[in-house]
Design a binder for this molecule. Structure first.
Ligand code: GTQ
Length: 359
């Protein structure tokens, strides 16, 4: 409401002059600029693994790697983001398909990336000269501005999940991209970082230490599934409640694997559930094994191995397994922690289910 003695004509002229001057009043914006709590556009969504895999295979048959983007990739596109090719407002999640004896050329970008391998063998990603073998369940890092190319030296197609901080880096207008001089890097060696830094028991923690001033990425580029599996089994045996969780961390610092991206894994025994939690920042989940359900912001998702789903910022999340299950979670948590924007809450209450999505 305007002041009592101001006429409508005077006000109309004022608002027109404000708009002409490329100005906008705060008082007409409503709460949308400063909501009391995060109000994300990202929607709770599930992508059925079988359908994604089928289309990835079809892309292998129909599309060449030279058709653009240097990679044969289908991105998970969240229906709340107005057609943007992003899984959440801050995260790129995608499946990459590399046919037998194909390679994807070397490049580097400011956006940090990681891979969680879904199926195939005989493939490696060369990261700054280190040819890192990729096998199902392995987590492979290509930190910001590291050269990387992918080669499938085997006779089977290879499919993996890609996670990047693409929307975040682009929103900050911080993205650079460069092509390598030749198609592939000359490898200086094989699995060098894994040999130097991949000691048994290293690279996992309850919770990654938040980034500090001397932040840097993990010197270990590959977290082998055998080690992750063994660590989860050890934790599950020690846990009383059928829930084992771990953060993937730098073996050098105990911090998150990358400055912007966090990796977490949950193993659930049949019938067990995680606590109900909410945190600032979004996540993309890969159902590595099992079947179960999650309730995210009141929406129930039923999932099985191979599915992908996402959670928006500040939505309550709980997972429940029907059979032995492993969930890989990619999040933007380290970026939020570095900016001192991270918060989380845990409650013992279960959420009421208000809608359902199923694969
Ligand atoms: O492998 O470098 O999913 O540059 C999207 C962009 C993967 C990659 C993606 C990329 C890559």
């Amino acid at each position: 409401m305007s002041k009592a003695d101001v006429s409508t004509t005077e006000l109309d002229a004022f608002y027109a002059a404000v708009a002409d001057a490329e100005l906008q009043p705060l008082w007409t914006q409503g709460r949308s600029l400063q909501p009391f709590a995060p109000a994300p556009s990202t929607r709770v969504h599930l992508w059925e693994g079988a359908a994604v895999r089928r289309l990835a295979e079809e892309s292998g048959r129909l599309i060449g790697i030279d058709q653009g983007g240097d990679r044969r990739v289908l991105s998970l596109a969240n229906p709340g983001l107005g057609g943007a090719p992003f899984a959440t407002s801050t995260l790129w999640g995608a499946v990459q398909y590399l046919g037998p004896h194909e390679s994807a050329p070397a490049h580097r970008h400011s956006q940090a990336a990681l891979r969680f391998v879904l199926e195939g063998s005989g493939t490696w990603t060369t990261v700054n000269g280190d040819a890192c073998d990729m096998n199902p369940g392995d987590l492979v890092l290509t930190p910001a501005w590291t050269w990387h190319d992918h080669t499938n030296g085997g006779d089977e197609p290879m499919i993996w999940f890609d996670g990047l901080d693409m929307p975040l880096v682009n929103m900050l207008d911080a993205q650079f991209f460069e092509r390598f001089g030749s198609t592939l890097q000359e490898a200086e060696g094989r699995n060098l970082s894994a040999t130097a830094f991949g000691a048994p028991g290293d690279g996992f923690a309850d919770e990654a230490r938040p980034p500090s001033d001397e932040e840097e990425w993990s010197p270990l580029f590959v977290y082998r599934w055998e080690r992750t599996d063994a660590e989860l089994s050890r934790r599950l045996a020690a846990a009383g409640d059928g829930v084992a969780e771990l953060d993937f961390v730098s073996p050098r610092t105990g911090r998150a694997v990358l400055p912007t991206l966090g990796c977490h894994m949950v193993r659930l025994a049949p019938g067990s559930s995680t606590p109900t939690r909410r945190k600032v920042g979004s996540s993309v989940y890969v159902v590595w094994s099992g079947e179960g359900r999650s309730v995210i912001g009141g929406t129930e998702l039923t999932w099985r191995a191979g599915d992908f789903f996402c959670s928006p910022s500040w939505a309550y999340v709980e997972h429940q397994a029907a059979s032995p299950s492993d969930l890989f979670e990619l999040s933007d948590r380290p970026a939020l922690e570095a900016l001192h924007l991270f918060r989380q809450e845990v409650t013992s209450d279960r959420q009421p289910v208000t809608s359902r999505l199923s694969s």
